[in-house]
Design a protein around this ligand. Structure first.
Ligand code: A2P
Length: 347
């Protein structure tokens, strides 16, 4: 058992923040003291932790004194604004935002895949994008046996990826539409209830949106495969909190379906779930609230002798965000890697 540490959750009131709180409690994280931080809007509000009532504080310069680990999930601009203060206070920030993920000095970690890369951090460790984590956990065990040459992925992403207020918007919108109204979206750009749309992240020069490019670049960094071929189409669907992905993998040599099933069934962080008789495969309702990424419908790609098709579902808030962050913090404690080994990072 590791020595208890002082933890702060930055963004404690959000969809990921409240899940972080639940995970620290249910996983019995070795805590000495827990501080809940959010914007001034939430200051003075309370949240329950292990039967106690904790008061939320507005984040300020002195918030990180005596803190060992900051679990940050308050958006990229908030992470950027506080990173220097956090690092200078001697804490390590496990950052759920995209602010530092592609910084070459900042490790991008999925504990089942590249835990050793967390040893050399500059006081910041990045938690990857949710769709990327879910895909990476599911396919890395296959990649380890036989290198993947190309990934073609389409995602079906829930509202939770856009935060707690987006989830609320979809519920209210659904009710309003059932009442015959035409609600105007406020958080998401278009109505999501009874609808779907290509992912709303900004478009890049390539024609891909930022979410799609995160899947490309972050998978390469996590796998340490800078030239891996990845193409993604990301879509927002009216599901509340678990993402689904249709993944086509191309290997150098044929990969048998039986072997792929066997590997998935034995790998950490994933669970094989398929009943071909009943045409039953992972669904968001199966994955919601679960730690494992569910994998099923593994089949030979009939268009390519070295191709496999997979269908996965994973809880975006849990393994896609909060659980992975808590696992990173647990790894740092277990390995005694809390103190930075790399001295500087431009923040
Ligand atoms: P608040 O509830 O006070 O606005 P989500 O991703 O679910 O929308 O949650 C975002 C989280 O980030 C919330 O906890 C939110 O707090 C917090 N947050 C947003 N902006 C700031 C900020 N400028 N400073 C600190 N926390 C912030």
């Amino acid at each position: 058992m590791s020595k208890p540490v002082n933890v702060a959750i930055l963004g404690a009131t959000g969809a990921v923040g409240t899940e972080l709180l639940e995970l620290l409690e249910s996983r019995n994280f070795p805590l000495n003291n827990l501080k809940l931080l959010a914007s001034p809007r939430s200051a003075g509000n309370t949240l329950k932790f292990k039967g106690e009532t904790l008061t939320i504080e507005a984040v300020e310069e002195s918030s990180f004194q005596d803190i060992d680990v900051v679990l940050a999930s308050a958006g990229g601009s908030t992470s950027k604004a506080w990173a220097k203060t956090i690092v200078e206070a001697g804490a390590v920030m496990v950052d759920n935002s995209s602010a530092f993920r592609m910084n070459p000095e900042v490790p991008l970690i999925v504990p089942e895949i590249n835990p050793e890369a967390a040893a050399n951090h500059p006081g910041i460790i990045a938690n990857p994008n949710c769709t990327t984590i879910l895909m990476a956990v599911a396919i890395y065990p296959l990649h380890k046996i036989q290198p993947i040459e190309r990934i073609v992925v389409s995602t079906y992403q829930s509202a939770s990826g856009a935060g707690a207020r987006a989830m609320e918007e979809v519920k209210i919108q659904s009710q309003a539409i059932l009442n015959g109204e035409q609600p105007q979206p406020e958080i998401l750009p278009y109505p999501l209830a009874f609808n779907l749309f290509p992912h709303n992240s900004p478009l890049t020069d390539t024609g891909y949106c930022e979410e799609e490019m995160k899947m490309v670049n972050e998978t390469r960094k996590i796998f340490n495969e800078p030239t891996l071929k990845v193409t993604a189409t990301c879509v927002r669907v009216p599901v509340l909190r678990a993402h689904s992905e249709a993944i086509n993998l191309e290997f150098k040599n044929p990969f048998s379906v039986a072997q792929a099933r066997e590997i998935i069934a034995q790998s950490p962080g994933v669970k094989l779930l398929e009943d071909w008789q009943k045409n039953y495969f992972p669904m968001p309702i199966d994955a919601s609230g679960k730690d494992d990424v569910l994998v099923g419908r593994i089949r030979q790609d009939i268009s390519h002798p070295c191709g496999l098709e997979l269908w996965i579902c994973g809880d975006q808030i849990r393994k896609g965000a909060a659980l992975n962050a808590v696992q990173i913090a647990e790894l740092l404690l277990e390995e005694n890697w809390l103190k930075p080994k790399v001295s500087t990072v431009k923040v």
